[in-house]
Design a protein around this ligand. Sequence first.
Ligand SMILES: O=C(O)CCC(=O)C(=O)O
Ligand SMILES: [Fe+2]
Length: 160
Amino acid sequence: MAMYAAQLLTPARVGANRAATLLRGDSTRWFQPDALSTRQQAFADRIEALQNALNRELLLGLVDSESHYAVYRPGAGYARHLDCLRNNDSRVISAVFYLNEAWQDAEGGALRLYLADQAYHDVFPRAGTLLLFLSAQFEHEVLPATRDRMSIACWMRQRV
Ligand SMILES: O=C(O)CCC(=O)C(=O)O
Ligand SMILES: [Fe+2]
């Protein structure tokens, strides 16, 4: 939130759409791979270790990743979507690491993962939770919350 207050995050966009606030209400700040803070480097190291394990065990062919901080202010959400960028299927795994201490389910803010047959699974954004899913397979949505909701979203990519 300190970074948000210092206006270091910018309103997120969807594709080339600069005014996407109806679809997504978060503000983001991308990690700069050549200028990571100590904490960002620690996160990147853990993600790389996970990526190597996924390659070893599941042969996913992941070569790198991109990460951004995201802040959703109260009432903001992100409509149902897939994380694959149009004309670019390099994103294989979506990883979301939540940063919200003492989150109560009644505060909302779940990430709703859509499964087969109208079923869904809600994940609440509790600090320490790391959610992984296949980017091309699972549509998902961020439900609005009654408090600020912070996360690091990361995509592990294959070469295309
Ligand atoms: O913050 C979350 O739970 C997911 C965010 C998301 O879906 C995205 O940034 O694509
Ligand atoms: Fe997403």
